[in-house]
Design a protein around this ligand. Structure first.
Ligand SMILES: [Fe+2]
Length: 278
């Protein structure tokens, strides 16, 4: 966290890594995508950043099958990071197994609905609110009434203070039909109403789409991060089949400050060459 002595404002730098899908196996995408390598490469990139991010957010699908062995690999990869790391599960995750392996990254909120990975942390003047949108054994997401009630209580407790929400499933359609069909299908309108009602939500961060997208949601910016591994093909034709492809791996880097809010950079993990002085 950087403290600006002239204005006494705070600046928080947050790296968002999404959808590594560790455990896809050697034949995945014709043998051309090693997701464990992709995660380790992205983590090493973040660990070497200057200035270092104040924290790292993982927006789901940490693993492909939700097994303990896969989470052990994720935990080993994340051990390189010295800053706080906070995660939410995605539809490929098993939230309970994930929590057992990554307890540091998925704290238990005593007031959250039972078995749901929703929690709240406070960093550098910003409230971080993690939402668990996983529907067991389904690819789409949902926020049910008890989760929305927890969110309403949590937002009320940080009334008039800046909040950042992060979750796996995007709550809005993107035009990629096959992914829209498995986005947040329940609770999106109620979530938008809570975001709008709070009035100081600085952003909503999501994953799941495997493409970078910017939208507006409940009067706040909504950012969907790319995968650190494979991307979904950008195909907006009605009825287009779901396809994946390889692109230069990317992370999202969020610089938050007051009164300016959230500035989101897309940052390529693999440079195309050395930086040159202009
Ligand atoms: Fe994913």
């Amino acid at each position: 966290m950087i403290l600006d002595s002239t204005t006494m404002s705070t600046t928080l730098l947050m790296a968002q890594l999404s959808d590594p899908h560790v455990g896809t196996g050697p034949a995945f995408l014709g043998g051309r995508m090693d997701t464990e390598h992709a995660l380790r490469q992205a983590v090493a990139y973040v660990a070497a950043m200057e200035p270092a991010p104040d924290l790292v957010l993982l927006t789901g699908d940490l693993t492909e099958h939700g097994s303990a062995a896969e989470y052990a690999v994720v935990a080993d990869a994340l051990a390189l990071l010295s800053m706080p790391v906070y995660a939410v599960p995605g539809n490929h995750d098993d939230p309970k197994v994930a929590r057992d392996a990554l307890s540091r990254c998925m704290p238990v909120a005593p007031d959250a609905p039972h078995g749901v990975c929703c929690y709240h942390r406070h960093h550098g003047g910003l409230h971080l609110v993690a939402l668990d949108t996983v529907v067991p054994r389904q690819s789409h997401g949902a926020l049910e009434a008890d989760q929305l009630a927890w969110l309403a209580r949590t937002l009320d407790a940080c009334r008039d203070e800046p909040v950042l929400i992060f979750m796996h499933h995007p709550p809005l359609p993107t035009g990629i039909e096959a992914m829209d069909a498995c986005s947040l299908l329940t609770g999106g309108d109620a979530l938008a109403a809570l975001v709008r009602q709070h009035g100081a939500v600085q952003g909503v961060l999501c994953g799941h789409l495997h493409r970078p997208v910017q939208m507006q949601f409940g009067g706040a910016p909504l950012h969907v991060a790319p995968s650190v591994a494979h991307q979904i093909t950008l195909d907006l034709r009605p009825g287009a089949p779901l396809r994946a492809q390889l692109e230069p791996p990317k992370i999202s880097l969020h610089r938050w400050s007051l009164p300016h809010g959230l500035c989101t950079h897309l940052s390529y993990v693999e440079a195309f060459g050395p930086a040159l002085v202009l």
